[in-house]
Ligand binder design. Structure first.
Ligand SMILES: Nc1nc2c(ncn2[C@@H]2O[C@H](COP(=O)(O)OP(=O)(O)O[C@H]3O[C@H](CO)[C@@H](O)[C@H](O)[C@@H]3O)[C@@H](O)[C@H]2O)c(=O)[nH]1
Length: 420
């Protein structure tokens, strides 16, 4: 019997995802037409013997989360439960705090998945590797180029045995081009080292001048407190993958992840991809259209477009490399490229909304998506255009490389600006 835990974080996390995370918790943001963590749940549900999926985070459970959990339970016919941390406990603290729930029913092992990653989740291959040796910790690893590796957990392995000999979280100089994907398979013994960290933190906390100060004893950083500490002791192993993988930290990386998942739908969910039908819109490449969206037949969509529930797309619209969220309207002849159009927003006739993609260098096979800051030297870097929720763009204007905060009613064109 197996279980899975998805670490969903909480409201203080996902700051690079604003303004989109104002409306919906980041783990529920739609990527390729479905909530970000639905991809995780689908992958877990396909592993034979999966008994239960637990989401651990510090969000207050709201309507969106409750509805999502109910729908997921029904669709996958599995218990999918939310366990709320009383405070942010770090990537390992929640696993220790809810250990009884995780170990209930005596699972043979449990997967732990970061919510903000996009992957083809090679969970069955990880399980096979785990069953051969039954080490407490198995990490999924992939490669990144030298510069970008510094933004991740870096792993030095023994190439013969795949034992993790050395682990450094976001090092300041180059350590290894093998990076931690934030996807793990732990055996029940993995909770023992977490207990040791917890007890040590508690003792250290009592010695401190102001006991009870933050971070509390419950906070455990899986990466630094466990992986770095136990590397080289025969307990942590890495399973390498060259499948799709990307982090989802910023809106730009959500658009990139959407492209990766839409491409994968060719194999996993061909029914989710729009097909050209007589009298329907022209479809180029991979496009997702929610069944309730109304799309005019003269619109041209794709590649990499995903259109949400109740969206209206007018005649002559051109839409590519974009996400249009629930209830938005693109009036006749608008052109929307490399952008995210927020919930309930309206783009007026003949308006052009355009961003600049920040995709990984296609000539470097190890390049990953950069989710760096929005600014450099005090200037807004050109990036995808984001319209927050219920924004109104008038007819015949240009909105280029800009971020428009929710509920703004614009009256003219804007370029390279954050419109507050
Ligand atoms: N429940 C809970 N979840 C948390 C908490 N803090 C973070 N998380 C969740 O844990 C995951 C990791 O979040 P970060 O702490 O932001 O780390 P990171 O910068 O994404 O780096 C991690 O992921 C990389 C791969 O994407 C790894 O390369 C890196 O080593 C590390 O594990 C995210 O899904 C986040 O929502 C917490 O206090 N509680």
């Amino acid at each position: 019997m197996l279980k899975a835990v998805i670490l969903i974080g909480g409201p203080q996390k996902g700051t690079r995802f604003r303004p989109l995370s104002f409306e919906v918790p980041k783990p529920l943001f739609p990527v390729a037409g479905v909530p970000m963590i639905q991809h995780h749940i689908e992958a877990c549900a396909q592993v034979p013997g999966m008994q239960e999926i637990l989401l651990i985070g510090f969000y207050q459970p709201d309507e969106a989360l409750t509805q999502f959990l109910e729908a997921a339970q029904q669709e996958f016919n599995l218990p999918v439960r939310y366990l709320q941390e009383f405070a942010p406990l770090g990537t390992g603290g929640g696993l220790y705090h809810f250990r009884d729930q995780i170990l209930a029913g005596a699972p043979e092992a449990f997967f732990v998945l970061n919510a903000d990653v996009c992957s083809d989740f090679p969970l069955s291959a990880m399980l096979e590797a785990h069953r051969r040796q039954r080490h407490p910790f198995l990490l999924l690893g992939t490669t990144a180029n030298r510069t970008q590796s510094l933004n991740y957990g870096c792993i030095v392995e023994n190439p013969q045995t795949h034992e993790v000999l050395h682990y450094v979280e976001k090092p300041s100089t180059f350590i290894s081009d093998i990076i931690n994907c934030g996807i793990y398979l732990f055996s029940p013994e993995a909770l023992k080292p977490l207990r040791d960290v917890f007890q040590r933190n508690q003792q250290d906390g009592q010695l401190e001048e102001s006991p009870g100060s933050w971070p509390g004893a419950g906070t455990i950083r899986l990466e630094q407190d466990v992986f770095s500490a136990l590397a080289g002791q025969g307990q942590i192993y890495v399973h390498l993958t060259d499948g799709i993988w990307s982090q989802i930290k910023s809106a730009g990386s959500a658009l990139y992840a959407s492209r990766l998942y839409l491409g994968r739908y060719q194999i996993t969910h061909p029914e989710r991809l729009a097909r050209h039908t007589p009298g329907g819109p022209r479809i180029r490449g991979n496009v997702y259209i929610h069944p309730t969206a109304k799309v005019a037949p003269s619109a041209v969509l794709g590649p990499n477009v995903s259109i949400g529930k109740g969206v209206t797309i007018g005649e002559g619209v051109r839409l590519r490399e974009s996400i249009v969220l629930h209830g938005a309207t693109l009036q006749e002849h608008t052109c929307v490229l490399h952008s995210i159009v927020g919930w309930g927003s309206t783009v007026g006739r003949w308006a052009r909304v355009e961003g600049t993609p920040n995709d990984p260098n296609p000539n470097d096979p190890r390049a990953r998506m950069d989710s760096e800051s929005l600014f450099k030297d005090g200037k807004l870097l050109p990036a995808i255009t984001i319209l927050g929720c219920r924004v109104r763009i008038p007819a015949e204007v240009l909105i280029l490389n800009s971020i428009v905060l929710p509920h703004k009613e614009l009256s003219r064109s804007f370029t390279n600006q954050i419109i507050l």
